[in-house]
Design a protein around this ligand. Structure first.
Ligand code: TYD
Ligand code: MG
Length: 454
């Protein structure tokens, strides 16, 4: 006789517990643990008693055409989606409150509707009159999309089933509530149940469903991390409040490459697409100054140039400051350690501030050399050559490793008027003429080459 296993789950955080308790140890919430029905264990488990149906299997070759794509006509959005929206797919668009998710989704729904797709936008946060006013301001009032103000999942599904639109936006997943789940709207249990029903609906009826979700400060979707696994595509809308740029980034995409970015600018009339982000990110560069390095990066499939800025100043603190914005601070610590250990250039007793201009985030290891360049330039108070871009990964030994897509990086740099690249020696770059290539084998060589003897 198989042992009966009963599971207890916290409805606030989703943690599983072996036994019931008044307080969830994982999230600290009171009275949130419920007993979940055990997995059904029918009579006779195991092969001998197998009564299942044989699943028809098939090979990999197919004569079916690839799924059709619906284009919004917003080139930045279509690219991030991997070439347009796939009918019947489920998407999650996450981002901090106030970053512009509702604005972007309203613009996207209007754009789809102008291309003869049926689009419905459900808002649980704003009244229809409010959304209409925004649409008027954004110049979308004539778009043939439709609005609904609703938070009840059952009503939304009924409406969608009757209308069968091509695209439905749900803004936001945290405001939905389903009467079958006894938990507050926005709780994990509600969000999971609502997302599950909407995703199932999207698949079975061929309606593309876009879920909007708020993210907490530390970058996690408030509660519904689980939703990320259910949907086909996860997009993050990010940016700094004080800056006008917004970046839509695909972190997961079953229908295209992930890591792709689309760049927008928040204007008085909504989000405007930025076709040439490198020019925008470098637009604030003036006279050559110490501590500035231009990094030739790759975001998804496109090259993007960004400016990395460093400031190094004597510290009055026992443990000096290391303030890093837009870069991985662990990576920066490693580079500081390599500079000290391999090149004998200490940063002890110095405060270090590093950031990426314009509120961009850079996660590529290829940025190592540009970070080191900005740090050294700031420390030596000696500007890097203003016509140069930098890229390359630094290993713990201080050696420079080549990175992918060297030629794409060089072409973008050349397009923006740079004439020199400082790059790892082993980089393969045949097809680029007109760029002076300064090939570097290790960090010590870089210090000598760019800053004299160091
Ligand atoms: P919103 O789309 O409501 O953000 P979210 O849905 O992510 O919470 O956008 C909020 C901000 O965008 C708000 O602070 C004002 C700004 N905004 C503009 O600057 N221009 C505009 O045309 C619109 C509609 C909003
Ligand atoms: Mg909103």
């Amino acid at each position: 006789m198989a042992k009966q296993t009963t599971a207890f789950t916290c409805t606030a955080c989703g943690a599983a517990h072996k036994k019931w308790a008044g307080r969830c140890e994982a999230c600290g919430a009171w009275n949130t643990i419920i007993e979940e029905a055990p997995l059904s264990q029918g009579p006779g488990r195991g092969l001998g008693a197998a009564k299942g149906r044989a699943v028809p299997l098939s090979g990999l070759s197919t004569s079916e055409p690839p799924p059709p794509r619906s284009l919004s006509g917003m080139a930045e959005l279509d690219r991030v989606l991997g070439g347009g929206l796939v009918p019947g797919s489920a998407l999650l668009v996450g981002g901090d409150p106030g970053i512009g998710k509702s604005t972007l989704m309203l613009q996207a729904a209007a754009a789809f509707s102008r291309r003869d797709l049926q689009a419905i936008y459900f808002s649980g946060e704003e009244a229809s009159a409010q959304i209409r006013m925004r649409a008027l301001r954004l110049g979308l009032a004539d778009a043939p999309m439709r609005l609904g103000a609703e938070t009840n999942l059952r009503n939304i599904l009924t409406t969608l089933d009757a209308e069968r639109p091509d695209v439905a936006v749900i803004d936001s997943i945290q405001t939905l509530w389903s009467d079958t789940v006894e938990a507050a709207p926005g709780s994990v249990a509600q969000v999971r149940a609502a997302a599950h029903e909407l995703v199932t609906f999207a698949k079975s009826r061929g309606v593309a469903v876009i879920l909007v979700g708020h993210v907490t400060k530390d970058g996690q979707l408030a509660g519904p991390r689980v939703v990320e696994h259910m949907v086909d595509t996860v997009l993050y809308f990010e940016g700094e409040r004080g800056h006008q740029f917004r970046i839509l980034r695909s972190v997961k995409n079953r229908f295209g490459p992930s890591g792709e970015i689309g760049v927008f600018e928040m204007t008085g009339a909504g989000l405007a697409e930025v076709a040439n982000p490198s020019a925008l990110f470098l637009s604030e560069r003036g006279q050559p100054i110490a501590g500035s390095a231009v990094f030739a990066g790759i975001e998804g499939t496109r090259p993007v140039l960004t400016e990395i800025q460093a400031l190094v100043a004597p510290s009055t603190l026992a443990s000096p400051r290391r303030t890093v914005v837009g870069l991985d601070s662990g990576r920066v610590s490693t580079i500081l350690a390599v500079l000290e250990a391999r090149c004998g250039i200490p940063f002890a007793g110095l405060d270090v501030f590093l950031n990426v201009a314009g509120g961009m985030k850079v996660a590529e290891p290829a940025a190592d050399l540009a970070i080191a360049g900005a740090l050294l330039s700031a420390r030596e108070d000696n500007p890097l050559p203003p016509e140069a871009v930098l890229f390359g990964e630094i290993s713990l030994s201080g050696a420079l490793r080549p990175v992918s897509q060297t030629e794409n990086r060089l072409k973008e740099a050349q397009k923006l008027g740079f004439s020199q690249a400082i790059l790892p020696d082993a980089s393969k770059a045949e097809g680029t003429s007109g760029m002076a290539l300064r090939r570097i084998t290790d960090l010590t060589g870089f210090v000598g080459e760019v800053f004299g003897a160091g």
